[in-house]
Design a protein around this ligand. Structure first.
Ligand code: GUN
Ligand code: ZN
Length: 654
């Protein structure tokens, strides 16, 4: 059983329950070679390990011991143990002396927590007909393995070589079957040859077709350099033989790549090994003794990276970490650039608001979900006929507009003047156009980018500005922007003296609500005679009242509205079903009304636009409003999960 705790992009932290205890994901499973383990992986941070059932099966002594005492005793690890099936040996040596039924039954016999069927690891870039043929066998064996299993959780490996459609098709087929976990297989050759761009296509084609409720294991991924990227693509588990294989070769893993002992003048990190020894100490040492120490360092940096990733997911800064990590190697940067092509699907998974600011680290940041989402949302806001574009100074933009408006140009024609049907936006990197009303809403205020603009950002903003010409009758642009973005405008425009650039707060709360909940929400929530209460400390909008009734509170940290009961009622009565709603079944109705949090398994339907961290309405099948709260998952996760919380209820009793 698997449960999501926190999310960032496709990445998630979660909890996987096994017979031998829980595993907190993302998790790294050190590979234990049965019979020759010399490293205490638990001390290094391992909560789960992986070993090879086929190697145990093939060796009489190991097989006997595992059959008698179980695999946990054999490898001396009392936590969860995953076993692989010998498929990898099959791909390396062309043959194995075990069939699918035997390997499932053997894994069951030795008490493995998570077993694997005998899939066929089809290598990258083979012919399509081979990939199809082998995939058929992999799927057949997967299906078969369910017949043989009794009390073991089962992996079912996604294959399909480097054909994204075959990977997706395989994932679709496996999704229909009752497996607990899904490794993504046969990617070792891609990683060994630095084909990380192809790795992105393979992983994304697989992950986006697997159920969100099952952990995904990137098989054979043991280099900490790629953990962050893989987690951002939705991988939850890794296995590392690298820690020991690299150590045998006197190589040190780091998040920035690999170092050879012969080239080291300084130790590469600050783990206990690197503090205690110098490269010379190690070079003088007996090879076996040294191997253990380097393996310990390798595990230390690998687990440190897993912890760093978990922290980043907690903070909402996973992509900032990925952007740093992908600078370690040009092929990794290719991979990150390739990931930018999947922004549409990533958008569905990325939480709508995060604790940390968006940092622009280079042109690749322009492909991030936050920017795509903002421009999509902006295109859906009610439009005025005229647009005034102003340069950005400091945030919040509305406070630091140019004192001296200067010269203006216009594009298009209009007979109107003054504020008549005029929308004011600020132009800035990386979000392009920011309506003044939204300049305190996440992430439009919570972001930073270098003062020195790169050419990609320049071009990106230029295109966005030029894209407005067809959307508005008239676009009025400051000459500063005209020059800065080479717009080449020449039709002079004189701003009327009377032009008031102050945003009316009544207007502002309506635009923020439309942006947050969808078009129409502003009117739904804030119709009537309202009182806006400001923070005494900051002067910012805090509460919106109708008479004595609180409707909503604008959260200071991200400018997002948190509803009150009256706000929830208003939104519910004016926004059409199923907008902003999750529908709970009859059994959970009383709990919802009491304000208890909502478990995913009780939700029978929901608005497909729900993202994690959205404020949502909780209704029954008749669309009666029961409660409201914050979604912890997106719509597909809500519908897929059968365990764990989906909505953190703020208030019931409606
Ligand atoms: N180990 C590394 N790659 C694979 C794979 O594709 N299948 C299995 N079963 N184990 C692996
Ligand atoms: Zn170290």
């Amino acid at each position: 059983m698997f449960e999501i705790k926190l999310k960032d992009n496709l990445g998630r932290t979660g909890i996987l329950k096994t017979k031998h205890g829980i595993v907190r994901t993302p998790a790294l499973m050190p590979v234990i070679h049965p019979g020759k383990q010399s490293i205490d992986v638990k001390a290094a941070g391992a909560e789960i390990v992986i070993t090879n059932a086929y190697i145990i099966y093939k060796n009489d002594e190991l097989r006997e011991k595992a059959s008698q005492e179980g695999v946990h005793s054999l490898i001396n690890f009392d936590g969860p143990v995953m076993t692989d099936s010998g498929s990898f040996q099959l791909s390396e040596y062309g043959d194995v002396e075990i069939n699918n039924q035997e390997v499932i039954e053997f894994q069951e016999l030795i008490g493995s927590d998570i077993g694997t069927s005998l899939d066929i690891p089809t290598p990258p870039h083979v012919t399509r007909s081979r990939a199809e043929k082998e995939l058929e066998i992999t799927l057949e064996r997967a299906k078969e393995s369910l017949k043989y299993k009794k009390n073991i959780m089962l992996n079912s490996v996604v294959q399909g070589s480097t054909f994204p459609d075959l990977r997706s098709q395989c994932a679709d087929e496996l999704s229909k079957m009752e497996f607990e976990l899904h490794p993504i297989g046969a990617v070792v050759p891609l990683m060994e040859t630095y084909q990380y761009k192809d790795l992105v296509d393979v992983v994304m084609a697989s992950v986006t077709h697997l159920p969100d409720s099952r952990p995904r294991h990137l098989m054979g991924a043991g280099h900490p350099m790629i953990f962050a990227l893989a987690v951002a693509m939705g991988c939850d588990l890794f296995d590392s033989a690298a820690y020991i294989l690299y150590a045998e070769d006197d190589r040190f893993l780091t998040v920035n790549g690999t170092y050879k002992l012969e080239n080291l003048v300084e130790m590469p990190c600050s783990c206990p090994i690197c503090i205690e020894y110098t490269p010379d100490d190690l070079r003088k040492m007996d090879k076996n003794e040294r191997k253990v120490l380097i393996a310990q360092h390798n595990l230390n940096v690998s687990f440190a990276e897993i912890r760093r990733i978990k922290q980043a997911i907690n903070d909402g800064s996973l992509m900032e970490l990925v952007e740093i990590r992908c600078r370690a190697h040009p092929r990794l940067l290719d991979a990150y650039r390739q990931l930018g092509k999947y922004v549409e699907v990533m958008e569905k998974y990325d939480p709508s608001s995060k604790k940390s600011a968006f940092f622009y680290s280079g042109p690749e940041s322009l492909n991030r979900v936050e920017i795509y989402r903002h421009l999509e949302k902006l295109s859906k806001l009610p439009k005025k006929s005229r647009l005034l574009l102003l340069p950005a100074h400091r945030k919040p933009y509305h406070k630091y507009l140019s004192q001296e408006p200067g010269e203006f140009f216009s594009e298009g024609s209009s007979k109107k003047s003054g504020m008549d049907d005029l929308q004011i936006m600020v132009v800035d990197v990386p979000f392009g156009l920011i309506p003044l009303e939204l300049d305190e809403v996440y992430p439009l205020a919570q972001n930073d980018s270098p003062r020195i603009m790169d050419d990609n950002a320049h071009h990106f903003i230029q295109e966005i500005i030029e894209g407005t010409y067809d959307e508005y009758d008239e676009v009025i642009i400051s000459s500063y922007l005209d020059q800065k973005f080479n717009l080449g405008l020449y039709s002079n425009y004189t701003l009327p003296e009377s032009l008031n650039m102050k945003i009316d707060d009544q207007q502002k709360i309506i635009v923020v609500a439309d942006y947050q909940f969808g078009q129409g929400a502003g009117d739904a929530l804030f119709a009537g005679n309202l009182e806006i209460v400001y923070s005494k400390k900051t002067g910012k909008i805090r509460h919106i009242y109708y008479g004595k009734e609180l409707i909503a509170t604008m959260r200071a940290s991200d400018g997002i509205f948190v509803l009150s009961k009256e706000g929830a009622r208003r939104l519910h009565s004016r926004m059409e079903y199923p907008k902003n709603r999750v529908v709970v079944n009859e059994d959970s109705e009383p709990y919802a009304r009491e304000g208890k949090s909502i478990f995913a398994k009780f939700i029978i339907e929901c608005d497909s636009n729900i993202r994690a961290n959205d404020e949502v309405l909780i209704v029954n099948e008749n669309d009666d409003l029961l409660a409201f709260g914050k979604s912890l998952l997106n719509s597909t996760e809500i519908m897929d999960f059968k365990v764990g919380q989906a909505i953190k209820t703020r208030k019931g009793g409606l």
